[in-house]
Design a protein around this ligand. Structure first.
Ligand SMILES: *Cc1c(COP(=O)(O)O)cnc(C)c1O
Length: 372
């Protein structure tokens, strides 16, 4: 038996779309008003709806998460060196290079797979201006310790929160930590607007600066204050986001059930390690990473291939490490000896399929393939 039963392949994620007819009235409204972009009514409504849902004060929508990261760095005028993780999607470090900033890679914690706070201080130099951690797989970073280090050294903190939609930590939304947090609403993420992203900030003045920067630096018709980018989200994407928001809680519940089913059935398999559960905190079950350890009968890549041969398209997030790509690997902080934990995890990880429409039977057949 194959998990896909010989018909449709199972990908690591699949967006859940609302019925098309529910989207038509939104489109009708856009057609009627002919307001297609530049902070139209849906854009404004969606920003407010997201602030309410996420429990944050201010949020600026973007075309995608990468432009939001690039703009977040410009918002705070970050220069010099920024401490970041090698264990992430490549856009995290690319946003630094787009700003002429030098990434300094620091190893991750073996339990959370987030930037290891114990290793940050040693990487700080007179050129360091900020820390850019990632809430990897939606698991919150050690936000209090990172903030303490930032305060001690006068550094800014910008979280790449692309995985952390809806995630809570001990004191509410994890997005309220750091100076800025950046979300991605790409089609592969827990909450999507086809393409999209956002910056979360704490005050109206910062929000205004972000809004200028995402609109070429225009302040009014004749005044340009910065070399801003075109990062504006269109009305179509904002409208779709408003519609998606109606079903996000149900989608998260379904993900939670899949996560639990995987954990229970994988528990007895020797050599397969699941990342620790999110516990009492509100998680978003965005990913289901497993580590294939040396006592598993197959190598990680052999298991990855076996799944693929059976129509299961799992992904090796995050392999290779960002620091192994050609534009980074010559940097001193990219040296293998500097990143032993990240390196080991990158060689063991597989993210299994998880999305709201994945059935319990499909989960069982994926586990069955892993078990023998
Ligand atoms: C998806 C992702 C991004 C990039 O977001 P886009 O919206 O695709 O540009 C950045 N960082 C991380 C960690 C991501 O997973």
């Amino acid at each position: 038996m194959t998990a896909s039963r010989g018909d449709t392949p199972i990908y690591v994620t699949q967006p859940s779309l609302p019925p098309l007819e529910e989207f038509i009235p939104y489109l009708q409204q856009i057609w009627d008003s002919k307001w297609l972009t530049n902070s139209g009514p849906f854009h404004q409504q969606f920003e407010q709806a997201l602030c309410d849902y996420l429990g944050v004060k201010h949020l600026a929508l973007f075309t995608n998460g990468t432009l939001a990261l690039v703009t977040a760095l410009q918002t705070l005028r970050i220069t010099g060196e920024v401490i970041t993780t090698p264990y992430s999607f490549v856009a995290t470090a690319h946003s630094l290079l787009w700003n002429g900033i030098k990434p300094v890679f620091v190893d991750i914690d073996p339990i959370t797979l987030n930037l290891d706070p114990d290793r940050i201080e040693a990487a700080i130099t007179p050129q360091t201006t900020a820390i850019m951690p990632v809430h990897c797989y939606g698991h919150p970073c050690d936000v209090d310790r990172i903030q303490k280090i930032a305060d001690n050294y006068g550094l800014k903190v910008i979280y790449d929160a692309a995985h952390a939609f809806g995630v809570q930590c001990h004191d509410g939304s994890v997005l309220n930590h750091g100076d800025l947090s950046v979300l991605s609403f790409h089609a592969t993420k827990v909450f999507n607007t086809f393409e999209g992203g956002a910056i979360v900030c704490h005050d109206a003045k910062t929000k205004q600066r972000i809004d200028h920067l995402k609109n070429f630096g225009f302040v009014d018709e004749v005044t340009v204050v910065a070399p801003g980018i075109n990062g504006k989200m269109s009305e179509i994407n904002a409208a779709f986001g408003l519609l998606q928001l109606k079903s996000i809680d149900e989608a998260l519940q379904k993900r939670k059930a899949i996560d639990a089913r995987y954990r229970e059935s994988l528990a007895g398999i020797k050599g397969i390690h699941c990342l620790s559960a999110a516990g009492e905190k509100v998680a978003n079950y965005a990913y289901f990473p497993i580590l294939v350890q040396p006592d598993y009968p197959l190598s990680r890549d052999a298991l990855y291939q076996k799944l693929q041969d059976n129509g299961i398209y799992a992904r090796r997030y995050f392999y290779p490490l960002i620091s192994d790509f050609p534009m980074y690997r010559g940097m001193p902080s990219a040296a293998h000896a500097n990143l032993p934990v990240a390196r080991k995890v990158a060689e063991q990880v597989i993210c299994l399929p998880i999305y709201p429409d994945l059935s319990g039977e499909q989960v069982d057949s994926i586990v069955e393939l892993i078990a023998c």
